[in-house]
Every structure is written in C-alpha cells, then in structure tokens.
Ligand binder design. Structure first.
Ligand code: MIC
Ligand code: SF4
Length: 649
C-alpha cells in the first residue's frame, strides 16, 4: 500500500475504528498542550475525572493569553495552573515564556508524534511533521488521562509546492494563497499535506506559519514531511536526537491536489473581515494605515523579527503610525536582543510587547476608531481587535514593516530597499529555565492546588430530556464565529467563572441573549439557536458551547457547523443539527416555539433525520444529525464529562 504521510501517522496511533475517510476513528495522543484561557476549564475537568497523573509522553501547560493581569483573576488562574502542573506531572511554561505554539515548536514537538491542544492553532507543530490537532479543553483533558481522541478519519489534500519564494514573498503569502484557493469553508474533515520540491526551500518556522494558519481553512490539521530541514531545526534547538525522517509514499492517493509554484507568488493580504478575503497587496497600495502589529503564533519567529528589524534599522516611524512588536517566545526575544534587532526596533519607535498573545486576542493594543490596522496574526474577524469599527488587514512581517515605514499599505517590492535575507540560526539559544518540569512522583502528593475566588467548578448538565420543548432564542446569519458567540478580549478574564462569563454569550450580536436564555431556563423552556453557514468557525474555545449549555441551550440548528465547534457542542450535551433542506432556515424565526418530541429516543436509536415542529409558524422542519455511536451516547448522558465519569466508574 502507498500511504499518505497523514495516514502513516494516524495508522500508527489508531486505537479504535477502521481507517476509512469519513468514519470516526480513535487515536492515541502522545502530547498535549493547553493555554491559560482554555486550560483552567480543561484541568478542572481533568480533576473531576479523579485521575492521579497525566498518561501522555508530554503534557505542557502554557500561560500566554491572559497575561495583562488587570485585577486578581488572571493571577489566580496562573497559580491554579502551576499547582495543577506540579500535582499531575505536567510541564509548566511560566507567563512571559512565550506563546504556546511557538514554544511547543521550539522545545517539545516531535516528528511522527500526535499532539492535541486546547487551542485551534495547535497545527503549528505540523511544521515539524506531527499530527497536531486543536480541540476543546474537555477532549484534551480526556487525552491527558490516556483516553483516545476521536475524529473523522480525514480526506487528505496534497498541496504540491514547486519553485522557490522570490524576495519579499514569504511563508505567510503561501498560506494566504492556500486560503484564497480553499477558502474558509467546506474543508471540514480534511488534512492539508504539503509535498513537492518547494518544501525543501522552507525552514521549519516558515512551515509552521503555513500549518498554523491552515486552521483558518477549517481543515483538521496541516502537515509537512520531516526532512533534512526538520533535522536542522531540531539540532539547532539541541534536540537533534528526536529527528526521524518521514514522508508520504510515492504513489499515495489524495482526495484532492493543489499546485502552488512558490516562484509565482506575490505579497498578499487578507482584507477585512475574514482571513479568507485574499487580495494582492499591490491592489491596496496607498491605503493609509494607523497601526501595525507584528507577532502572534503565526509570525513571531527569530527570522520574522530580525527581518523586520533590518527593514526598520535607521528609520523613524511616521507620526501617524503606532507599531507594536510581540516576540513569540522568550527565546526569540533574547536572541533578537543579543543580535541587535531589538535595538533597531526600539530605535525606530516600535513598542515592544510581552511574548504573549496580547493584541491578537484583543486584550490590548486595540486600535483607534475607524482605523486601519495591519497585523501579522491569523484572524481579522470584526471586532476581534477590541475596536468594533477597526479594519484589520492580515499580512506577512515584511508587508507589515513596509506599512509601518510608509504609513500606508505598500507592496514591499516597491520599497527602495534590498531584501534583508536573514538566515535561521544554526543554534538557537536554549534556556528552559522558565519551563518548570514535572515534579518527582513522591513530591506530587504534597502539592496543594491553589483555588482563588475566580476558579469555579465546571457546571454539569443533566441527561438529555425526553422531549425538547423550547424556543428559538436567537437566530443568527452565516459565518458566526466563536468570537461572536463567546467574546474574548476584555471578557477573557472570566474564563474560569462560567456563571459570570455566560452573561456575555452572543454579546456582540445581541446583548440581551444571555438574560433571555437564563429566563427561559428558569421557566423550564429549552433554548435553541438557529444559524446559517459555518456556525462556530474560528477558535477552539469550548466556552462557546459550555456557556450556552449553562444557559440551558439544548440544540443548534444550522446550515453547517464547523468541526471543533460541533465536537464541543456534543461534549456539552448540545445537539448539533443541520437543516435537511437549507432553505428551511428561512422558515424559522427568532422567538418561535419549537418542539422535538422524542428527541432522546431518536438520538439513542441513531435516527439520521429528526423532525422538529415550529409551533408558532405551524411548520415541520427536517433536521439532520451526523453522529457516531459514541457521540450519541455522550449526548444522551448530557455531555462528555458525565459520560466519562460514568465509564470510569
Ligand atoms: C484564538 O486565537 O481565538 C484563541 C484565543 O487562541 C482560541 C482559544 C481560546 O479562545 O482560548 C483558539 O484559537 O482556539
Ligand atoms: Fe494566541 Fe492569537 Fe495564536 Fe490564538 S491566534 S494562540 S490568541 S497568538
């Protein structure tokens, strides 16, 4: 048999099911990662499983999202996470050490292994030849306990790279090109596997930029082969011994193939307000820019920042420009500092920010009203920057630096400047002193978990009701993201306090939702959400399912639902339905009373089509479910936590 690289690694880790695209399979997870915004809930759930330690090869807990610490909440969460790591045998990356994906790539990722992370950009480590998947925190908690991770056996898309990138065109432009081709929808259940001669010309951090932002296409993950470049990177990180060569077999068959000649690419941008809105930079030349933000897990490597520093060296920023730079990790920050890049950035007037998510998640550096902000991050959903009226453009570090220099969008090829070719170092500065390794087993028993007032127990759910009798509490349009459902930014600090955080469900779309839903719940009326296409795209945040569950939401009825979000809904006992006929979306109105008689039995039986009755409109609507047997059991139990606890008994 000729296997794709994806198939090789997945088959190696298969613990349940048959390898057949589309079918549910269970795989063994070698490594897990969590970050603080999803981590507290994941570990609270892990704790409630009653296990004494993690069962993975490596589990790492990062603090990178909530590092602003306005009020006690974030610091409480950090200490909780640190004591949990000490107790259960987890690596703890302290605040300031860097963004989870960047640090995991540097210090832990290994070719051929599986990684499950409670963050949608976990595929970053696919740049090292891993199968690295983003999931909800509860799935990660189960994997930490040694449980399998279940996913749809993927269809593999081969992205064939030929040629070599021209000056001023970078890895970011490759993934923006891929996004232009694949768009942000319709790729659920696929994996992008990179191959071809062009792969050799890309370093691991460049590959990681590509696999990172692959998340925006909606694929399960993206992966590069493990080759001489991979070995070079691991050796430079003092981990050469972890290298293994890996690639697809010649003649392996793919679901779909995409050809990209790197030599033909040009600088690209994602225009507001979607990462799939791809246009050539040249078409936007002259657009005045107010803010430039360089960093995030997509583009904050040593080479990214040294290149920007070279471009800015000796220049001063125009008065209307605010430039922020957030190095991806402490390793990057200390190396650009030793190699002079930091001084060049400071000299130009750049504001140096902590090695953390910061601006990317909108918890700082929000731009001014009606502004244009050029950012090297991966998402530009409306309002994500913290300023509802801002227009955010996503671009490579060199395009961002060019905008900072000129005060307007400019194709960097039009600058009167030689392309600064910065090479990846042969040796990175390895200093793991901000990563606390797992404690010896005998010390763990003594650890007392810190729980400040911001840490609340995760709410539980009752088993699925026999009949659903409820109301369409909100009806939303196409492409509602998890940022709409569960805003982050200034609300992020309530992640560990579900009753409080639940007050903000759908806040950007309808600030009355939470109150109305809670009233229904109190009155014994089930809440339903009606939605259009690609409902729940964006992040892995399970709070977008957990908080609606807390408010008494029992079902989502949508034209389509994104992969991680659909899985999170099931994990929290909310049925993800799609319309059998998309046009039925128009029949349902907000406020309508809806019944699904015998819903529990229908789910138990495995009915693929279930009928709902809209009492108010007097119409019947056929709804589809695509659920595995395991998912049906989870739904009936009221969610993955009650299901797992029951199974472990
Ligand atoms: C994001 O980029 O939206 C986040 C914040 O990293 C999320 C995780 C979260 O909401 O905590 C993600 O991408 O999964
Ligand atoms: Fe952090 Fe932004 Fe990356 Fe999410 S996308 S992990 S917020 S840097």
């Amino acid at each position: 048999m000729n296997f794709t690289l994806t198939e090789k690694i997945l088959r190696d880790h298969l613990v349940e099911g048959r390898y057949e695209p589309g079918r549910e399979i269970g795989i063994r997870i070698d490594q897990t990662l969590t970050q603080d915004a999803t981590g507290t809930m994941a570990y609270l759930q892990f704790e409630s499983m009653g296990l004494s330690k993690v069962e993975t090869e490596i589990s790492a807990s990062y603090v990178d999202h909530n590092t602003i610490q306005v009020g006690f909440e974030n610091a409480d969460d950090h200490r909780y996470l640190q004591t949990i790591a000490e107790k259960y045998g987890i690596h703890f990356s302290r605040p300031g050490n860097g963004i989870c994906h960047q640090v995991h790539l540097e210090r832990f990722g290994q070719p051929g292994r599986t990684l499950l992370g409670s963050d949608s950009h976990t595929p970053t480590c696919g740049g090292l030849g891993m199968i690295a998947i983003g999931a909800g925190g509860l799935d990660v908690a189960v994997a930490m306990g040694g449980g399998a991770y279940y996913l749809a056996c993927p269809n593999v898309i081969r992205v064939n790279l030929e040629g070599e990138l021209p000056d001023w065109v970078t890895a970011k432009d490759v993934i923006l090109k891929v996004l232009g081709e694949l768009t942000t929808k319709g790729n659920v259940g696929c994996v992008c596997e990179y191959a071809g001669e062009g792969v050799r010309t890309l370093t691991v951090p460049e590959r990681a930029t590509i696999t990172n932002m692959g998340a925006e296409t909606g694929v399960t993950t993206s992966i590069f082969p493990s080759d001489a470049e991979t070995r070079k990177f691991l050796t430079a990180q003092d981990r050469g011994g972890q290298w293994v060569p890996l690639e697809a077999d010649a003649g392996a068959e793919y679901h779909r193939e995409l050809e990209i000649d790197l030599s033909d690419l040009e600088p690209l941008m994602a225009a507001p307000h979607s990462p799939g809105n791809i246009v050539p930079v040249s078409s936007l030349e002259g657009t005045p820019v107010d803010q430039v933000m360089i960093g995030s897990c997509t583009n904050s490597s040593y080479v990214d920042l040294m290149t920007v520093a070279e471009m800015l060296k000796g220049h001063s920023l125009p008065p209307g420009i605010s430039l922020g730079v957030a190095p991806g990790s402490r390793q990057v920050l200390s190396m650009i500092s030793e190699d002079g890049g930091l001084g060049d950035l400071l000299g130009s007037g750049a504001r140096i920010l902590e090695s953390a998510c910061g601006f990317c998640i909108g918890n700082s550096m929000s731009p001014k009203t009606d502004s244009v902000s050029v950012r090297t991050s991966n998402r530009n959903f409306k309002g994500r920057s913290g300023t509802a009226s801002a227009n955010v453009y996503l671009a490579s570090p060199v395009v961002a630096a060019a905008a900072a220099l000129k005060g307007e969008i400019v194709d960097p090829r039009d600058l009167d400047m030689k392309f600064p070719r910065v090479r990846m170092p042969d040796r990175f500065k390895v200093d793991d002193s901000m990563i606390i390794p797992p404690q010896p087993a005998e010390d763990r028993a003594k650890v007392r978990i810190f729980r400040g007032p911001n840490i609340g127990a995760p709410p539980t759910n009752e088993p699925m009701p026999e009949d659903l009798r409820g109301r369409i509490t909100i009806k939303v349009d196409d492409y509602v993201t998890t940022d709409h459902i569960m805003p982050a930014g200034s609300r992020l600090k309530y992640r560990s306090n579900v009753p409080k955080y639940s007050e903000f469900v759908f806040e950007p779309l309808d600030p009355t939702f939470s109150k109305r839903a809670a009233e229904n719940r109190e009155g014994g009326i089930h809440n339903l959400i009606a939605a259009g296409l690609s409902y729940g795209q964006g992040s892995s945040r399970e709070h977008a399912a957990l908080c609606p569950m807390y408010l008494g939401v029992k079902a989502v009825v949508a034209k389509s639902i994104e992969r991680i979000h659909a899985a999170n809904l099931v994990n929290f006992g909310i049925v993800p339905f799609t319309f059998a006929s998309e046009s039925d979306y128009d029949l349902l109105r907000e406020g309508d009373g809806v019944e699904i008689s015998g819903i529990r039995e229908a789910i138990e039986r495995g009915d693929e089509v279930i009928e709902a009755f809209d009492r108010t409109a007097g119409v019947k609507v056929k709804l589809k479910t695509e659920l595995s047997g395991r998912q049906r059991e989870i739904l009936v139990a009221g969610g993955l936590l009650p299901y797992t606890v029951r199974k472990n008994r």
